[in-house]
Design a protein around this ligand. Sequence first.
Ligand code: ADP
Ligand code: MG
Ligand code: ZN
Length: 608
Amino acid sequence: MNQTTKTILIFVGALAVVGIALSFVSLKTDQKVDITTLASNIQDGKIKSVSVQGTEIKAVTTDDKKIVSTKESSESFSELMKNYNVDAEKLRALPVEVKEPGGAAYWAGALLPTIIPLMLIVALMWFFFRQVQGQNSKAMMFGQSGARESGKDDKDKVTFKDVAGVKEAKEELGEIVEFLKQPDKFTALGAKIPKGVLLMGSPGTGKTLLARAVAGEAEVPFFHISGSEFVEMFVGVGASRVRDLFLKAKKTAPCIVFIDEIDAVGRQRGSGLGGSHDEREQTLNQILVEMDGFEPNSGVIVMAATNRPDVLDPALLRPGRFDRRVVLDPPDLNDREEIIKIHAKKKPLAKDVSLRHLAERTPGFSGADLMNLMNEGAILAARKNLKEIPMQMLLDSIEKVLLGPERKSHVMNEDERKVTAYHEAGHALVAHLLPHADPVQKVSIISRGRAAGYTLKMPIEDRTSRSCEEYKEDIAVAMGGFAAEKIFFGDITTGATMDMKNATKIARSMVTQWGMSEKLGPRTYGVQEDMIFLGREIHENRDYSDDKATLIDAEIDRLIHDGLETAKKLITDNKDAMDRVGEKLLAKETLERDEFNETIGLTKPKKS
Ligand code: ADP
Ligand code: MG
Ligand code: ZN
């Protein structure tokens, strides 16, 4: 029976009880009269006998009818009658029986009317409180941490086997697992085990997963709370939640406290970034106090995860706090294959599926992206009522994860289609004719996400560093769409906006970060925390003069201009090829790699 039906049943029961009680009170069928009527009846000699009980006066008339009236309990019946001008001898002649007030019925009659509403109110309040608590609303438990504890016998227990790649991180954390399992081994040698471990890595690299795996491996309780849960509703709640969390943890040691997304509370104090930082500061202070407050070998290990280590308060990173830092790298080719393997378990795959090939096609994908990819493939196959997932659907899913779902419903008119086809043909042709640019995998004029069409290029291998020449070609490829529109239609559309943004971004990084401009020399401009591996832009502190700023702008302009010229030249020199690709796109909408190579009819130059 679920909560709601229970509540309803109890309610109906209560109502029934109340109804029965009320009907008892009003069961008296006797005729009710007021005192005046009763008095005049007595005066007229129409009453045979009277019995008085408490406030109730029961009288029997000469024709044997029963009538009832009430009086105040303090007044005596005879006094009352005298006041109503009933003759004294008439009263004396009347047999009056006075009964002691009492008996269950009497008390029930007197008290029920007061008790029932009270009971109702109490019951209502009780229901309300239970409802509120049942729905896990935190209104009633401000100060409690709300941390979810998962123990050893968790059904969906995660171990290191469920985490692929991130080898260094796993090794590092293996140490922690060993300590949690056999603390004596370490303490006997006087070793101090770190209190805090900070997991760092870009979104989707498996930080949360790995933390759960550590608990699973060590078979200890695991308190999981997300940083944003500390910052809620009322000021001061965060700090008391932290206190509560650590109190619980210390009682259950050895155990792991995991604070996910700690950047929500652990931002640099006083930086004023984001609102309500008072609350955050208090919470952060409390975390620091708690971490300092327990002995290194007490068996409580605090793990935290973040994808913004750059914004963390340095105080968190001081020795004795989160002094162990574990970086989760984005997966390389082999890791990707392993991750895909994990997420391919329980999924029936067709014979033609090559996980290796999928891994090759997904450079830059995070673990979460890969999980998403396998899931999308399964969904596609299920919607087509297939029993197995074919390779083609997994390949289609790559694009879905990369670019968002296809928007077949987005109807373009003929002009739009033509511009889009030549725009994409421009990107593809430039990419094809430049030696270092990644080979074209697919060109399409089907809208995806926010793009009208797309040209999919894929590096053949994972790369960690690239050369100046490659970036220059990337800019040219990005400007290919713009150039094609300009050359074939003499006009440009908003479709080139994202392309220009990309080109500008590459050019800016080349000049200010990678020392690829002769004029500006081998130095960086603007202080960026060394967290570029997280793939995020962080606000920049200017550390150069205005002269240099002008120069930087000029160099960015030059790089983009050069790229555009390269693209324009290639397109003008190969107008026939452009027409071939453009027309084919208009006819077929999507060209796969082989079809594209055939249509363009030109060979890709070799890298020199
Ligand atoms: P993060 O916390 O770093 O943002 P998560 O741990 O939440 O990432 O990862 C999201 C999901 O992606 C996981 O539940 C898991 O299914 C998958 N995943 C990510 N990394 C890996 C990995 N290295 N091995 C296996 N699965 C992974
Ligand atoms: Mg996470
Ligand atoms: Zn474009």
